[in-house]
Ligand binder design. Structure first.
Ligand SMILES: [Zn+2]
Ligand SMILES: [Zn+2]
Length: 366
C-alpha cells in the first residue's frame, strides 16, 4: 500500500477535494505503477463530475497523466522504473478493432475506460477510512499522485519534452490531431472548417496545417481562442454567434468545405459541420456532450458526403503520440501555447478557468 494525495469527487456536480488516499501496490503481471507529475484537465472529467458519464461516485478521475514509472509487473516489457511516460486510454488488444490497428475504437472501450474498475471489478484506490474508490479512469485516474495502469496505456516521452506538458497528448491533443490526420486525411490544399477552438479543435487546426490544408476556418464563440487559432494555423475565423455559419462557409468556399471537424459535440455543431460540406466532403465528429443528445441531418445534404464519429482520434497511441512529440520538437505542433499550469491544490481554479474558456488546457502539477 502506498499513500498519496488525490482529487476525490464524492458528490454529483460537487468539488474535487484533495484527500489522502491509499493505492494498492501489488502489481499484476501487465501493470505499471506511475508517480504522476502532472495531469491535464479535460471536459470529459467534468461530464463525469456532473454524472452525464460514468463511473459512479466516489471516484478519482483524471485521464491526461504524465509521470515516472516506479514499478512494473513481471510481464511488462515496454517500460522500466525511471522511465518518463504519458498515459493513454485503455484498449483490450484482442478484439477485431484492436487487432486491425483501431484500438481507440476497441469493442470494450466503454467498460475499460469508464467503468471505474479493473475488468475483474477490483479497484486499487481506497479513501482514508478504507472505503473503495472508483478509479482506473481511462486506464489511469491521473488526479491521483500514484496510479496503477496496464502497460498498454503507457507511452514513453522523448527526453527533450518537458514531462509536465505531455499529459494532454493522451487525450485532447491526439483526439483532435488524429481526427484530422488519421480519419479525414486531407490532401494538401484542401479546405477544412473546425468547429470549436478548445484543445481538441486547436489540435485539429495544427494538424490541418501539418497536412497542408488551405483555407482553414476556425469557428468559436471566444475571441481569445480565435486569436490563438490564427496563431496556430487557421487562415480565417468565424464568430460562432453569427447566423447560418454553414451557409457562410458554403458561400465563402464556392460550394462548401472539403472537410469539417466538430470538436464541440453538440447537435447544432455536428449539424453545421455536415451542412458546411461540399459534395464528396467528409466530417469528423470528435466529441459528444453526453448520451441522450440526438442530431438530425438532412438526407439530401448527406448524399455524396460522409460522417465519421471518432473516438480519441482513432489512433494507435504508442505510434501516434510519439509522432506528435516529434512534430512538437520540430516546432510544427506547438501545443504548449494551449496550456496553463496550476498547482494541484488549485484544481477548483483550473475547473473554473476551463469552464469559462479563460484557459484552453489546464495542467495540474502534482
Ligand atoms: Zn479527455
Ligand atoms: Zn479491443
Amino acid at each position: 500500500m502506498v499513500t498519496t494525495r488525490a482529487a476525490v469527487l464524492r458528490d454529483r456536480s460537487g468539488d474535487f477535494r484533495i484527500e489522502e488516499i491509499s493505492v494498492a501496490d501489488e502489481l499484476r503481471p501487465d501493470e505499471v505503477r506511475v508517480r504522476i507529475v502532472a495531469s491535464g484537465l479535460c471536459h470529459t472529467d467534468l461530464l463525469v463530475r456532473d454524472q452525464v458519464l460514468p463511473p459512479a461516485l466516489p471516484a478519482v478521475l483524471g485521464h491526461e497523466g504524465s509521470g515516472i514509472v516506479e514499478a512494473v509487473g513481471v510481464a511488462v516489457a515496454t517500460c522500466a522504473p525511471g522511465d518518463r511516460v504519458v498515459l493513454a486510454p485503455l484498449s483490450c488488444g484482442r478484439c477485431r478493432n484492436c487487432q486491425s490497428a483501431h484500438p481507440m475504437h476497441c469493442v470494450y472501450w466503454g467498460p475499460l475506460n469508464l467503468r471505474g474498475r479493473r475488468s475483474d471489478g477490483s479497484t486499487v484506490y481506497r479513501g482514508a477510512d478504507g472505503e473503495e474508490l472508483n478509479g482506473h479512469f481511462f486506464g489511469q485516474s491521473s488526479f491521483s499522485g500514484q496510479v496503477v495502469v496496464p502497460q498498454r496505456s503507457v507511452v514513453k516521452v522523448r527526453d527533450d519534452l518537458d514531462l509536465t506538458l505531455a499529459g494532454p497528448l493522451g487525450c485532447g491533443l491526439q483526439a483532435g490531431a488524429g481526427a484530422v490526420l488519421n480519419v479525414l486525411a486531407p490532401r494538401p490544399g484542401a479546405s477544412i472548417a473546425v468547429f470549436g477552438a478548445g484543445a481538441v479543435g486547436l489540435a485539429g487546426i495544427m494538424a490541418a496545417r501539418i497536412a497542408g490544408c488551405d483555407p482553414v476556418y476556425a469557428v468559436d464563440l471566444h475571441p481569445g481562442r480565435l486569436d490563438l487559432a490564427l496563431e496556430l494555423g487557421a487562415t480565417h475565423v468565424v464568430d460562432a454567434a453569427e447566423d447560418d455559419i454553414a451557409g457562410q462557409l458554403v458561400r465563402a468556399t464556392g460550394g462548401g468545405v472539403d472537410f469539417a471537424l466538430d470538436a464541440v459535440g453538440l447537435p447544432q455543431t455536428a449539424r453545421s459541420a455536415v451542412d458546411a460540406l461540399t459534395m464528396a466532403g467528409a466530417a469528423a465528429i470528435a466529441g459528444s456532450a453526453g448520451s441522450g443528445k440526438d442530431v438530425s441531418l438532412g438526407l439530401t445534404q448527406l448524399m455524396g458526403r460522409s460522417v465519421h464519429g471518432v473516438l480519441e482520434g482513432d489512433t494507435v497511441p504508442a505510434l501516434f503520440i510519439p509522432q506528435l512529440m516529434d512534430l512538437h520538437a520540430a516546432g510544427r505542433f506547438p501545443f504548449e501555447k494551449l496550456v496553463r499550469t496550476y498547482d494541484f491544490d488549485d484544481i477548483a481554479a483550473a475547473v473554473k478557468d476551463s469552464e469559462s474558456g479563460e484557459t484552453v488546457k489546464p495542467i495540474l502539477l502534482h
